[in-house]
Ligand binder design. Structure first.
Ligand code: C2E
Ligand code: CA
Ligand code: CA
Ligand code: CA
Length: 279
């Protein structure tokens, strides 16, 4: 116990220290990221399977730190949620994404929805529906142009408050989708009570969908359930023609993934949509 245990322990703590030192440094650096202009958004096309048109964009956050370079949102979003910075950062994301949609519409791109990720911490803010309403008014984007991507986690903590808030957002005309659908542990009953527009089939079910019968069954069930409850479906992480063909055959409405495009800088997204229109 003594010898091995101590070695094991020492190794473990130094790894943990290295990890938490980076986390602490990132967490602190994030405070300056917005006003130092270190954040930007990229946009991934969302394609309607029926006719191949681009009907939406998902805004995805990027952080390039002057010393550390690119930091993945999978690493810094949880830190921003823990230290509360996700609230101002999230407002910046919403404002920037809506300004971008306004600019694209003004430049003649067809109407589409801008999907913005909302963390559970942001959703829990009492003034959220008002804040979102103000942003829409400020940027001149019609409410149907905004889709908020929520995870199942937002519905779990305080279902009554969550239901009320979703109702307030829906009453303004804003669209709601459930991100990473099927990976949470919440009860499905919330789907009936919350007026959700769309279910986003998680990447983990899409990855092996052309070969794995379990994933095929899950994706098929999600599409059928969504349809019978009056919701639409979008599959994320679609990388191959085989995955696309399966989802198409099962009646999934929209797809998003590297098969069509990686998340793009605004000018490239604009060209992607225009090229797509010409085809
Ligand atoms: P998510 O919302 O599930 O976003 C999908 C992730 O899959 C994105 O990673 C996207 O770049 C990636 N992806 C898209 N197509 C493909 C594909 O075909 N194959 C594979 N392997 N991956 C694909 P990203 O941009 O690194 O974002 C990671 C997560 O960080 C997001 O997962 C989301 O939870 C969070 N995130 C990103 N931006 C924001 C934001 O503005 N606010 C909040 N609250 N969270 C954000
Ligand atoms: Ca998302
Ligand atoms: Ca997702
Ligand atoms: Ca995901």
């Amino acid at each position: 116990v003594k010898e091995e245990g101590r070695n094991g322990y020492r190794f473990f703590t130094s790894e943990m220290q290295a990890h938490s030192a980076r986390a602490l440094a990132l967490s602190n650096a994030l405070k300056q990221a917005v006003h130092r202009g270190e954040l930007h958004l990229v946009y991934q096309p969302q394609v309607l399977l029926r006719d191949g048109s681009v009907v939406g964009a998902e805004a995805l956050l990027r952080w390039t730190h002057p010393q550390w370079g690119f930091v993945s949102p999978a690493e810094f979003i949880p830190l921003a949620e823990a230290n509360g910075l996700i609230v101002p950062i999230g407002e910046w994301v919403l404002h920037t994404a809506l300004c971008q949609l306004r600019a694209w519409l003004d430049a003649g791109l067809p109407m589409m929805t801008m999907a913005v990720n909302l963390s559970a911490v942001q959703f829990a803010q009492p003034g959220l529906p008002d804040m979102v309403g103000r942003m829409l008014a400020q940027t001149g984007v019609p409410p149907e142009g905004l889709e908020l991507e929520l995870t199942e986690a937002v519905a779990m903590k305080e279902p009554e408050i969550a239901a009320q808030k979703m109702q307030e957002l829906r009453a303004q005309g804003i669209r709601l989708s459930i991100d990473d659908f099927g990976t949470g542990y919440s009860s499905l009953s919330y789907l009936k009570r919350f007026k959700i527009n769309k279910l986003k089939i998680d990447q983990s079910f899409v990855r092996d969908i052309s070969t794995d019968p379990d994933d095929q069954a899950i994706a098929t069930a999600i599409v059928q359930m969504a349809r019978s409850l009056g919701m639409s479906t979008i599959a994320e992480g679609v990388e191959t023609a085989e995955q696309l063909a399966f989802l198409h055959a099962r009646g999934c409405d929209e797809v998003q993934g590297y098969h069509f495009s990686r998340p793009l800088l605004p000018a490239l997204f604009d060209s992607f949509v225009r090229d797509n229109l010409e085809q």
